[in-house]
Design a protein around this ligand. Structure first.
Ligand code: DHB
Ligand code: FE
Length: 316
């Protein structure tokens, strides 16, 4: 069966993408930011996920304000980079995983989370910047990606609690997929920032650091943060952090924090990043995972149940 081995969260500041595209990563301002992701790229190269689910937000690139889905799952075979005003970023076209995406759509929707199914979509900095930060700048992205676009740009966005519960539904979906796939889930956006209005430039490191602490130790506490508190404490765009709770909901309650990085600022934003592994034989790389046979008894039972369901549905 498929399983989620780890969760990764990262800011998605568009200027980080511009720094990569314009070869400015060695400039001191940007080196400070990129140096925080060196270990993460090593971790990812070792983890070698088969699929990444990237929870991100579109910034009026794929969805104009005419139609803004709350949760939109990318089920297409590929997702080209969007033109955000300067031409599409020179990054590879993102390859999708239509089979797993369709399975997630079915499982999550029958689990009573009404996702929007998207069969054609371009992806903006919300997705491509975290991809660069974790995978570097390869000619092709190393694994297929299932984008999950979340509305955090037009009021009302989903609540923190709803996001967390969606993460749990995504996990159930992944674990009922019969093929052995190692999945990493990304939560992106944040941390504190406000781009316009009288409080433009707002950063609240105290709030951000407490958010990182609780993401590891007490995510349920974070699910009780109302929108107004995110806005007041983390700025108008700080609401992007609800997406991190989808990632967190998809992990075990008790997880291992592998790595954390926080720096202020990049452009207008506090850059935060964390890697969390599920403890059971998590992201130890394909080599050691093969040797260790990480599929625990509980997982075998879940896979057997999923198989049973598929047999009943005549899917096998
Ligand atoms: C910035 C950050 C964002 O998350 C975004 O979507 C656009 C701009 C910034 O820091 O400038
Ligand atoms: Fe943003």
């Amino acid at each position: 069966m498929a399983r989620i081995i780890a969760g990764v969260a990262s800011s998605h500041v568009p200027a980080i993408g511009a720094a990569i595209d314009n070869k400015q990563t060695e400039e001191p301002y940007w080196k400070r930011v990129f140096s925080g992701f060196e270990k993460s790229k090593e971790w990812m190269a070792n983890a070698k996920p088969d699929v990444a689910i990237v929870v991100y937000n579109d910034h009026a690139s794929a969805f104009s304000v005419e139609i803004v889905p709350t949760f939109a799952l990318g089920c297409a075979a590929e997702f080209p980079p969007a033109d955000e005003g300067w031409g599409p970023r020179p990054v590879p076209v993102v390859q999708g995983h239509p089979e797993l995406a369709a399975h997630i759509a079915q499982s999550v929707i029958l689990d009573e989370f009404d996702l929007t199914i998207v069969n054609k979509m371009e992806v903006d900095h919300g997705l491509t910047v975290p991809m660069n930060l974790l995978f570097g700048s390869p000619k092709q992205w190393p694994c297929p990606v299932i984008p999950l676009a979340v509305n955090v740009v037009l009021y009302p966005p989903p609540t923190a609690h709803r996001c967390y519960m969606l993460g749990k539904a995504i996990r159930r979906a992944v674990e009922s997929y019969p093929q052995d796939l190692r999945v990493v889930i990304f939560g992106t956006g944040g941390m504190s920032h406000q781009i316009s209005g009288p409080r433009a430039g707002l950063i609240n490191s105290k709030f951000d650091k407490a958010f990182l602490d609780n993401l590891t130790k007490d995510p349920k506490k974070l699910t009780r943060i109302p929108h107004l508190e995110f806005m007041r404490e983390a700025g108008a765009e700080g609401i992007e952090m609800v997406m991190w709770l989808i990632m967190r909901g998809a992990l075990d309650d008790d997880i291992e924090e592998i790595y954390r990085f926080y720096t202020v600022p990049a452009s207008n934003t506090a850059v935060g990043h964390i890697i969390l592994e599920n403890k059971r034989g998590a992201a130890k790389g394909k080599k050691s995972a093969a040797g260790k046979k990480p599929v625990a008894g509980k997982h075998k039972r879940a896979a057997a149940r999923a198989n049973h369901r598929n047999v009943r549905r005549g899917k096998r």
